[in-house]
Design a protein around this ligand. Sequence first.
Ligand SMILES: *Cc1c(COP(=O)(O)O)cnc(C)c1O
Length: 396
Amino acid sequence: MPGFELFGAEEKKEVQDVLDNGVLMRYGFDGNRNGHYKALELERDLATRMQTEHAQVVSSGTAALTVALASAGVGSGDEVIMPTFTFVASFEAILSVGATPILCDIDDTLTLNPEAVKAGITSKTKAVMPVHMCGSMADLKALKKICTENDLILLEDACQAIGGSYDGKPLGSYGDLGCFSFDYVKTVTCGEGGGLITNSKVYAENAHKYQDHGHDHIGNNRGAETHPFLGYNYRLSELNAAVGIAQLRKLDQTLAIQEKNYTILREALSDIPQVSFRRVPETGVESYAFLNIFLPTEELAKKGHNSLTEHGVDACFYWYDNNWHYYKKWEHLLQPTSLNALSKAQLDGLQRNNKSFDASDAWMGRTISCLIKVGWSEEEVKERASKMIEALQSIL
Ligand SMILES: *Cc1c(COP(=O)(O)O)cnc(C)c1O
């Protein structure tokens, strides 16, 4: 998955453009920048690649989620439904706009179960945020139907699945808004950065202003601009955007390598009868950033994960015990500890997350996720496949 595996002359050239003119800010300084507007260029490229009308780049994936929520008017008193398996950022972004994250169970897709979403809806629900974890997606058709019927916003967290598709559409473009992260370990990386995409002109214009202190960006005198509403600083710097441009151009190449490596490993593991694979919803195409397998029981998955490590197979994760990705270890979020006061509505709403999520536990307890790297040679992948078989067979 990490895009930095393909860093080369292209990234250097883009960064050099910025350093040569010395303008690190994406707006203004028109006379000094020698025609380089890297953040703007990255937005155009992102919208083209994702087949959406609009794209807004920002300083991180977390910022993209925050700006997306704010742009769609999600705030105080609202509830946003999200899955138990994600990255803490999804939860944080919802809290940071004043809304309340409501956890719902996942299923064998390792993403939101549409039935659990239905059961989680209340009169306060404003949005549903599926998280396309580890390279594959939620059942977007079912989720969209629920959102349409209940007048809810569908916001896709596609931070871990850039390049995958659903129903012929790039992930992130199916819902009302979609978000990506370009952080240091993502498929497209620029150090720290993120982007949101949408076909809504209103959301796009809101996002454009909100991520830059509410500036209207009309005319070319920044000091004279008006501010139609409150905003913050979630801008992406030109240096980061420059790296992002070169990286996004390599996305299809990265995806092709990931698919090839994934397929070799998957075919090898298919020979082990106790191994099964995560369900990919109909019409979905993975980004192949991870290979996710189920073992028959939690006990075997734990043993399997240890055995993989002992056999020298790195970059395989047992998320069930991980405190970034699975709700069980989020003690600071479940019994919220915050430097500044959360609202009463948030504190009350968060109580709903203090229950057991047996269906999520049942799937996550059995899951091992293996990162698919881009830099492996074919020989290395084949050697890895035989090591994985040996490691798993030794405990089954
Ligand atoms: C990485 C990630 C984010 C946040 O992205 P940052 O750029 O690190 O802030 C959000 N959601 C998911 C699922 C992620 O993997």
